[in-house]
Design a protein around this ligand. Sequence first.
Ligand SMILES: Cc1cc2nc3c(=O)[nH]c(=O)nc-3n(C[C@H](O)[C@H](O)[C@H](O)COP(=O)(O)OP(=O)(O)OC[C@H]3O[C@@H](n4cnc5c(N)ncnc54)[C@H](O)[C@@H]3O)c2cc1C
Length: 483
Amino acid sequence: MARYDYDLGIIGGGAAGLTAAAGAAQFGAKTILMENSGRLGGDCLHFGCVPSKTLIHTASVWALARRSKEFGLPGLALPPVDLGSVMDRVAEVIETIQHHDSPERFCSLGALVCFGDPAFEDDHVVNLGGKSISARSWIIATGSSPALPTIDGLNDVPYWTNETVFSARTLPGRLIVLGGGPIGCEMAQAFARLGSKVTIIEFLDQILSAEDADMAEILKNKLMSEGVLIHTNTKAIRVENRNKAILLTTGPARGEGTEQVLEADALLVAAGRKPNVDGLSLEAAGIHYTAKGIPTNDRLKTNISHIYACGDINGVMPFTHVAGYEGGIALSNAVLRLPRRADYTRVGWCTYTSPEIASIGLNEKRAQKEGTRYSVIEELFSQNDRALAEGEPEGKIKLLLDNGGKLLGAQIIGVHAGELIHEWILATNGKVGLTTMAGTVHLYPTLSEISKRAAGKYFASKLFSDKTRSILRLLFNLKGRAC
Ligand SMILES: Cc1cc2nc3c(=O)[nH]c(=O)nc-3n(C[C@H](O)[C@H](O)[C@H](O)COP(=O)(O)OP(=O)(O)OC[C@H]3O[C@@H](n4cnc5c(N)ncnc54)[C@H](O)[C@@H]3O)c2cc1C
């Protein structure tokens, strides 16, 4: 006889929670999913990936139109952008995808969706709307929210975060973006391309601080060429609102130095994320958590072995595809009792600026941090025929190899890097070596040829060496260079 109301309870109806709910219900587990926002889909659908990528695409259409003369077309006199109409399309795309994430669909799969504010009563029981609901296992998948930096006056001025920017109706003439991470850079470029004068304020010494400096530098140059001002090593000190303008005082990130006042019409705060733990009464269940989130082991278990934490809430890798991956692993462990473990070395990620920056495995920064010896092979997009045909010569692919030529990591900065990286993600997951990559006939003319050429470079120095040439000369009586 069942001791609990449900086999599996899930808190949070975003990427991680929905993946786990759909899988568990289809395996026949009695599943309940609790969501506090009144709709399913989470950050990715409503305030994250979907609206940002829609906006980025719209902005790239505009940027391409502005470049018409480069392609031999007539120059276009482009009118100002109506941001309201741009955001209407963003809302339409969200609405279309929302149908896929409807409570009815999940009910048809066999999972009950309930809206409300869940709070743990103990490690098996959660209170929802005054009702105690028990489950044998729980998955916490409540995601993250924008973290607000400590800046004097921030609470007294209007500002956007990712939760409000996609509801904006008027394109600001001048926009300050606080934070040069992936979200800050993506939004800065999109608004600049739509017509705002954008300034990025970044505390660290480079934008996209997780990426290698040479990769970030390529993006920085591109952003600056499109008119974005970038202040690295800079701290936002105080902000005030004067005559409808936002005045932001900045200074050096560390030590003393001259302060500077920047003026803008809007401020976007994109300065990191914080885990959504408020209101869950995690203490009542004895669940440990920190300012970074709820720590888990590689089976996604919290310190309470039948309670799992997946997605942004565990603070490991804040991406939708990772949230889905983790939801599947927690589901295997909790429902199927299969001891599956998360392996983040097999997972890639991408920042969807133009050019995009996509990665899998080690980059130089991470290799140096963990003391791994490596060599680097690079191939430029300016050597790729398709990139030239499309007028997108910026960027490169960079492979990190160990002494034996085994792939440690791949990074690509360039057009469609987020698509191109999948060949390397597959290679990593399938343990495919450089020989196969170099020997695989890639279609011409494609951007993907850059991967084959980079792999081929590793063998070229060996294949066409003096030693090989002298052996061949001897064997086949070759005559040598003609000119
Ligand atoms: C602007 C932006 C752009 C992004 N772009 C990308 C991208 O291009 N690619 C990518 O991979 N990732 C991207 N991300 C990250 C991605 O959105 C997150 O990693 C992903 O949404 C995490 O999924 P999750 O299931 O952990 O959380 P979410 O999808 O946020 O789901 C959490 C759910 O829990 C609910 N919830 C919160 N608290 C409670 C509570 N107390 N009780 C009940 N329910 C609760 C929330 O309402 C939400 O529905 C982006 C993020 C942002 C902000």
